[in-house]
Each structure stands twice: as structure tokens, then as C-alpha cells.
Design a protein. Structure first.
Length: 95
């Protein structure tokens, strides 16, 4: 079963496959308004209060995802050193 993102208060958007438990495997994430399908899960581990996943998207970017079970929230962290992932978004106006 594929679940749409659960609606936490300030939750990031992650789509995941859920079978026996919720958040078994992320399948896509939304980063800066763009849906990015996940090509590979490079690592996964449990931590107190949740799960972490290191994933690679179809365009080659690497992210670390955290699912917090207590508050039912996803967090997304880009692991890229690319300036476009670390710079604040630009609204299109002149500098």
C-alpha cells in the first residue's frame, strides 16, 4: 500500500510504502515544491523515537529522511553540497 503524506503540524512531505507498519519505505519526497521520486534507499536505521533513511532521488540528489513516530512527522535534510540546495529560495525579483 502506498500512503500519501500524513498531516502533521509542520511535517515535510514524504510519500511512503506502508505494509505491516507505516513508513516502511519512502518512495518520493517534495523538496522546494518539486516532487522527487526516490530511486534507491542507500541506508535505513532505527533511532529512539523513529526511523532514518538515506535516499537517492532519480536526479541523483541524496537526502536523509527522518520519520518521528511520536509526533507523526517527516523531516527532510539535503546531503548535497550543491549551492542550489543550500541557498535560500529566490523569489524571482532582482538582487
Amino acid at each position: 500500500m502506498t500512503d500519501a503524506p500524513k498531516s502533521g503540524r509542520s511535517s515535510e512531505l514524504v510519500e511512503c510504502h506502508s505494509g505491516y507498519t507505516y513508513a516502511e519505505r519512502p518512495i518520493a519526497l517534495v523538496w522546494r515544491g518539486q516532487r522527487l521520486p526516490i530511486e534507491a534507499i542507500e541506508d535505513t536505521w532505527r533511532i529512539p523515537g523513529g526511523r532514518r533513511f538515506r535516499v537517492r532521488t532519480e536526479d541523483g540528489r541524496v537526502f536523509e529522511l527522518f520519520y518521528g513516530e511520536l509526533y507523526d512527522e517527516w523531516r527532510i535534510h539535503s546531503l548535497q553540497s550543491d549551492a542550489s540546495d543550500s541557498a535560500p529560495s529566490h523569489d524571482g525579483s532582482s538582487p
